[in-house]
Structures are given as structure tokens and as C-alpha cells.
Design a protein around this ligand. Structure first.
Ligand code: NDP
Length: 295
């Protein structure tokens, strides 16, 4: 048996097109575009690439993005002052502060300075709380939201399924577990202190791997027919000297032979993250305008 490959790229493209239609409708109805403010402190090349692709996706979706590039030595007080201005700016629906921040800044304090209703990354402690208590006003972190979208597209009703989430970070593992619980899954959260992870994973109808360890989850751990979502993005040495390649947290070829469906890396969860950022921004814009979000 070979599992179906879940095409995150195609699903993300559909979602981006849908969000683009909604953003255009919002613009026509309100007379202003959906607005996203991006903030980057310093010149980390990977962060610059992420910001560029997020802004390009915004442009394609007829949303307006305004970028604030601050030097690495910017003080936390100056960054907080910028966030206060963006919070007060009626043209800004979403604020995205690209992480990681330079070491002299407290990322938690910076994120929690963002108006929770403009926190389109969903990292603010108020949004984490809203998600935990099932408040529909929550803005939910984009990567787990993308994973959930793929799972529902693949499986439909998730109720009663046993989901094992490997990883308990605030940006992926924990919100993923909360989303699956809200779908009435039976959820197990595994982490670095978990005993006998392979035995736990063998029980799972759904496996979400968000660990950051290349190909850690082996094919023999996967229950035949299970759905496997691989969040990991790990750069490893390629087969040719000097070349690198991306792999997930799951040993793909082995797991594909066992799974009912599985996301590849790249082309699985990765593209969904930006699509969900656009979705969250459009949702935030509608709520701020007193309109019901259509997605
Ligand atoms: P973190 O490093 O914050 O969290 C990793 C988690 O994995 C921790 O909870 C850790 O446990 C757990 N872990 C580490 N080793 C083991 C082990 N041997 N067995 C079981 N659990 C283990 O990572 P993130 O959540 O930020 O990211 C996870 C992966 O997802 C990374 O590869 C990252 O690049 C990728 N990612 C991909 C995104 C996308 O858009 N596709 C977006 C965000 C992340 P403990 O808490 O005990 O230390």
C-alpha cells in the first residue's frame, strides 16, 4: 500500500485565491484594502525571505502590506512605540513581527504588545487563551491552522479519532493539540520526555510531527492507513557534495508505504502557513469592520 500524497501546494493556492476574492470584495464594500503591517528587526537573511514571500502573497491577494525594516540595534522601547502606532492605525488590520527578534529584546513582551485583534500570527497570550477556552474570537497560529485545514479536507469529520501530536511548542504543538481537541479528537501530546514514542504513534489515526529532528518518525511507527502531517523543515546534506535538501520530521518513503495519506516536505504544510496568514488577516479586517468573516 502507498499512501496518498496530500498536496499542500494546491490546497494553499486554492485558499489564497479564495482569500483574494474575499479581500477584493472587502475593498469594494468598505472602500479600503485589507492591510497587513510587517515588522523585521535586523537583517537575518532567512527572515528577509519569509517577509518577502508573505508580502508577495498579500499583493497577489489584493491586500495592502506595509513593511517596517528596523536596524538590529533598535531598542525594545522603539519597537514597542512602533507597535503602539500600528495598533492605533485604522488602515492596519494585521501586525506581523517576524521572529526571531535580536537577543536584547523580550519576544513575549513584544508579541503581547500587539492588539490581540490584529495579532494575525496568533501568538498573543490572549489568543492562546481564547483558543484554549474555545472562544471563536481567537486568531489561531497559521501553521497548525493549515494542518487542520489539510486534515479536514482529507478526512472530513475528525471526531473520535486518536491524534498524536509530537512537539509542544507554543507556535505549533500546543495550538495543534487545542484545535484537534476542539474537533473532538482524543489527543495525546508527546515531547522530548515521552516514554516509548513509537508505541504511542502506533496507536494514532492522525500523527502530527512538529519536532525539528530530520526523519525521526520512522515508517514502522505508523499504523497502517493513518494520516500523517509532517510540520518539520530540516535542511540536511544532499546526495551531491556541497548540496543540501529539505526533509521533514518523518522518514517520508517509509511512512508513505504505511500511511493512508501523508504530507510531503516540501510541498505539504509549508505553503499552508502563508495561506493561513492571509486568511487570518482577512478575518481580522472583517471583525474590525463589524462584518462576519466569510472564511
Ligand atoms: P520547537 O523546537 O519549539 O519544539 C520542538 C518540540 O519537539 C518540543 O516540544 C520538544 O520537546 C519536542 N522534541 C524534541 N525532541 C524530541 C524527541 N526526541 N521526541 C519527541 N519530542 C521531541 O520547534 P517548533 O515547534 O517551532 O517547530 C517544529 C518543527 O516545525 C521545526 O522543524 C520547524 O522548522 C518546523 N516548522 C515549520 C513551519 C511550517 O511552516 N511548515 C512553521 C513552524 C515550524 P520539549 O518541549 O520537551 O523540548
Amino acid at each position: 500500500m502507498t499512501g496518498k500524497r496530500i498536496d499542500g501546494k494546491a490546497t494553499a493556492a486554492e485558499l489564497r485565491a479564495e482569500v483574494g476574492r474575499i479581500a477584493a470584495f472587502f475593498r469594494a464594500g468598505t472602500g479600503r484594502p485589507v492591510g497587513l503591517a510587517t515588522v523585521l528587526v535586523g537583517e537575518d537573511p532567512a527572515s528577509e525571505v519569509y517577509i518577502r514571500s508573505k508580502r508577495a502573497a498579500c499583493g497577489e491577494a489584493t491586500m495592502e502590506s506595509v513593511h517596517h525594516a528596523l536596524p538590529a540595534e533598535t531598542s525594545e522601547a522603539d519597537l514597542l512605540a512602533l507597535i503602539a502606532r500600528l495598533n492605533a492605525d485604522p488602515a492596519v488590520d494585521g501586525i506581523l513581527v517576524q521572529l526571531p527578534l535580536p537577543g536584547h529584546m523580550d519576544a513575549g513582551r513584544v508579541i503581547d504588545a500587539i492588539d490581540p485583534d490584529k495579532d494575525v500570527d496568533g501568538f498573543h497570550v490572549v489568543n492562546a487563551g481564547r483558543l484554549a477556552v474555545g472562544d471563536p474570537a481567537a486568531l489561531v497560529p497559521c501553521t497548525p491552522l493549515g494542518c487542520l485545514h489539510l486534515l479536514k479536507a482529507e478526512l472530513g469529520d475528525l471526531s473520535g479519532k486518536h491524534a498524536v501530536v509530537i512537539g509542544r511548542s507554543n507556535i505549533v504543538g500546543k495550538p495543534m493539540a487545542m484545535l484537534l481537541l476542539a474537533e473532538s479528537c482524543t489527543v495525546t501530546i508527546a515531547h522530548s520526555r515521552t516514554h516509548d514514542l513509537p508505541a504511542l504513534v502506533r496507536e494514532a489515526d492522525i500523527v502530527v510531527a512538529a519536532v525539528g529532528r530530520p526523519e525521526m518518525v520512522r515508517g514502522e511507527w505508523i499504523k497502517p492507513g493513518a494520516t500523517v502531517i509532517d510540520v518539520g523543515i530540516n535542511r540536511v546534506a544532499g546526495t551531491e557534495p556541497g548540496k543540501t535538501r529539505l526533509v521533514g520530521d518523518v522518514a517520508f518513503a517509509e511512512a508513505e508505504a504505511q500511511a493512508g495519506a501523508i504530507t510531503p516536505v516540501p510541498g505539504g504544510v509549508g505553503p499552508m502557513t502563508i495561506a493561513m496568514l492571509l486568511r487570518n488577516t482577512v478575518v481580522a479586517a472583517h471583525r474590525r469592520a463589524g462584518l462576519a468573516p466569510p472564511v
